[in-house]
Design a protein around this ligand. Structure first.
Ligand SMILES: Cc1cc2nc3c(=O)[nH]c(=O)nc-3n(C[C@H](O)[C@H](O)[C@H](O)COP(=O)(O)OP(=O)(O)OC[C@H]3O[C@@H](n4cnc5c(N)ncnc54)[C@H](O)[C@@H]3O)c2cc1C
Length: 498
């Protein structure tokens, strides 16, 4: 065995989208990471094709949104058709830029994203990426955590994060207990490349519901088009992935004269959440922590949200040597308690959507499943709150996602602070606070409504006079008077966030 004392603060096992994003966010906080990836090359089979505006904001923080804009496509929405092709339900997405400063939904090709993230990683000194290295054991002590690799190397760091996918070895070490939501289905996924224009296929995602074999059509960027076909228990994986079988499945929409098959795979779509995301110095994130049926295109998005929730917390615990144990524990435990309810809401909605696609639903059934108590149909972007964690106070906005306004200069809010906390505050309240309690002067980016009058709209949106936005863009807490503000800033300073 060769002990390698690399100087990284954090070891990340796995360099899929979750691991890559985590390393880049940690680097934004000045925290170094060693990323160990088993494969030499990026995963070649068809996977994610959708992410939303919350995720684009994370990519904005990483400084890769410009590169991504060159390879993504705005998604105009989803339509549900019955077996005869009649429209059951239309779920259009707004054509313009939404309240997050981006389109609400994007189509993309997962390898394009992973290449962009890896290129960025390679340009950053405090990230070491090693490919072709498989971790086969993980240990921890009070002082550090270590990984052992199949080539005999051993590495040590302050924390280890398993972003090592569905069969995570880090999860096995933490504990393999899961909450299973019961959705288990085999689907065939086929990516084709059109060699001719086929405008009749359309730009919407189409859910072909209630058929003998329910199917999804996805309009991907450039000439790539995807079909996902539900399989039956008797379908043999090798047979269904043969070219003749694939053309048979998708023949009603496209033929070998119009397109070539780029790649195909059979997946068993699962729905579960690991019960433990942390054990002392070990963590899991992404598919290692949860699996989501892909009907809402949210599996990878959830992994990116995990990374964004965890990175600033790990950074605080790596940086602040004098942090009391109790505070350190509270910060690190909040990762799981905040993330599980959030990801569970996506999984439950994806299962509901899957059931509808599979059933012979009428328009009425579809509307019933997605209608709120007030009678409105709920097919809109979800932005569930976080579970309880480090939030301060009882205002309804605590743990909610914060919108991103554009400032008078044209700059977007996040560009002022990338992956750092921001206090937006009504000018008079800040003045009062500084006069009464100079000891808790906020140590984060402070923007007053006098500096940036547009930000008044954010305060009005949440009916508050001050709001502290965490690096992951959820709301830590708010204030409507100087007493609440002092409490908010005291708490933020106690967890070293601001
Ligand atoms: C058909 C399909 C469609 C999907 N569509 C969408 C979508 O539209 N939108 C969306 O958000 N999500 C979607 N998903 C889900 C998305 O692809 C995954 O959630 C995402 O890839 C998970 O990223 P990850 O980084 O957590 O894990 P992975 O991408 O699985 O990466 C894990 C990495 O860890 C490495 N690794 C594993 N074990 C070890 C080890 N012991 N040592 C070292 N390295 C190791 C692996 O080689 C791998 O590179 C879809 C999935 C499928 C299958």
């Amino acid at each position: 065995m060769q002990n390698k004392d690399v100087s990284a603060d954090i070891i990340i096992v796995g360099c899929g989208p979750s691991g890559a994003t985590l390393s880049l966010l940690l680097a934004q906080c000045g925290i170094s990471s060693l990323v160990l990836e088993r494969e030499k090359n990026i995963y070649p089979l068809p996977r994610a094709v959708h992410f939303d505006d919350q995720i684009m904001r994370v990519f904005q923080a990483l400084g890769v949104s410009n590169a991504l804009e060159g390879v993504v496509r705005y998604n105009p929405g989803m339509r549900f058709l019955d077996p005869q092709g009649n429209l059951l339900l239309d779920w259009p997405r707004p054509a313009g830029i939404g309240e997050n400063g981006w389109h609400t939904s994007y189509r993309f090709h997962q390898p394009d994203l992973e290449n962009i993230l890896r290129n960025k990683m390679q340009s950053i000194e405090c990230i070491q990426l090693q490919t072709g290295i498989e971790v086969d054991a993980i240990r921890q002590s009070e002082q550090h955590a270590s990984v052992h690799c199949t080539n005999g190397d051993e590495y040590r760091a302050k924390y280890v994060v398993g972003c090592d996918g569905a069969n995570s070895i880090v999860r096995s070490t933490i504990g393999n207990d899961i909450d299973d939501f019961g959705f288990n289905e085999r689907w065939l996924v086929v990516d084709t490349l059109l060699n001719t224009e086929k405008p009749e296929l359309g730009d919407y995602t189409i859910q072909h519901c209630g058929r003998d074999r329910p199917a999804t059509y996805v309009r991907c960027p450039a000439n790539r088009r995807r079909w996902e076909i539900s399989l039956k228990p008797e379908d043999d994986t090798r047979t269904v992935t043969s070219d003749s079988s694939i053309w048979n499945f998708i023949g009603e929409w496209v033929s070998h004269h119009d397109a070539s098959i780029e790649r195909s795979a059979v997946y068993e779509f699962k729905s579960h959440v690991a019960k433990a995301w942390r054990k002392n110095r070990l963590f899991i994130a992404g598919d290692a922590a949860h699996l989501t049926p892909p009907f809402m295109g949210q599996g990878m998005c959830a992994g990116i949200r995990d990374a964004s929730n965890l990175a600033w917390k790990l950074a605080i615990c790596c940086r602040e040597k004098q942090l009391p144990d109790i505070t350190r524990e509270a910060i690190l435990d909040s990762y799981q308690s905040e993330r599980i309810p959030n990801v569970t809401e996506y999984i439950e909605t994806a299962i509901k959507l899957g059931a509808i696609i599979n059933s012979c639903s009428t328009e009425l059934a579809l509307k019933k499943a997605f209608t709120r108590d007030d009678g409105t149909v709920q097919l809109k972007s979800m932005m569930p709150k976080l579970g309880s964690g480090v939030g301060v106070g009882s205002n309804a906005c605590v743990g909610s996602w914060c919108i991103q306004p554009q400032l008078q200069s044209g700059t977007w809010l996040d560009d002022m602070a990338r992956y750092k906390a921001i206090l937006i505050i009504e000018s008079q309240l800040l003045l009062e606070h500084l006069q009464s309690d100079a000891t808790t002067e906020p140590d984060c980016l402070v923007i007053t409504t006098q500096d940036e009058p547009e930000l008044q709209s954010v305060l009005t949106h949440y009916s508050v006079d001050a709001i502290l936005i965490r690096p992951d863009r959820y709301i830590l807490g708010s204030a409507t008077n100087s007493v609440e503000l002092a409490e908010l800033l005291n708490r933020a300073s106690a967890i070293c966030l601001a």
